[in-house]
Write a protein that binds this ligand. Structure first.
Ligand code: FEO
Length: 169
């Protein structure tokens, strides 16, 4: 059985993951406005992943017999100065989410909720991947600077991202 502190914190994370989804969708809308279809596609897939993260928390709270309580989702930023700025924000955002997950892990230890702690381990690993993916793209964009041909190639590459759960290879 989940105690009230864990329940409230997990509900907070449902909101944080839904906000992440909303933020990445806003980034997708920005890329659409810049005609960078590949980057827009990458961000749409990322938004889907974040929704999946929110649903993992949603399902776990329910499985524990606790109560999901949805709260208002914040308004994401809508304008950026360049693709590099978007991915710099994405890196900062993922680092913040990693901090939130780590706080939940700490709380699960303090509250001696071993089920919550085991559940959170997937997210600990996932955050390493999330940060690495955003950093890799940010670093490529830094390298190419304003070179339009290189930017076009990165856009093409990001357009290949498979949907979550899609078969690869
Ligand atoms: Fe759900 Fe990108 O962290």
């Amino acid at each position: 059985m989940m105690n009230q502190k864990i329940q409230d914190a997990f509900n907070g994370q449902v909101n944080a993951e839904l906000f992440s989804s909303y933020l990445y969708l806003s980034m997708a809308a920005y890329f659409e406005s810049q005609n960078l279809k590949g980057m827009a596609h990458w961000m749409q897939i990322q938004a889907q992943e974040e929704h999946m993260h929110a649903m993992k928390f949603f399902d776990f709270i329910n499985e524990c017999g606790a109560r999901v309580a949805l709260t208002q989702i914040g308004t994401p930023k809508t304008e950026w100065g360049s693709p590099l700025e978007v991915f710099e924000d994405s890196c900062k955002h993922e680092s913040k989410v990693t901090g939130l997950i780590n706080d939940l892990v700490e709380l699960s230890l303090v509250e001696k909720d071993h089920a919550a702690n085991a559940f959170l381990q997937w997210f600990v690993t996932e955050q390493v991947e999330e940060e690495a993916a955003a950093q890799e793209i940010r670093d490529k964009l830094k390298l190419v600077s304003d070179n339009p041909v290189a930017l076009f190639m990165i856009d093409q590459e990001l357009g290949q991202r498979a949907a979550p759960g899609a078969p690869t290879g």
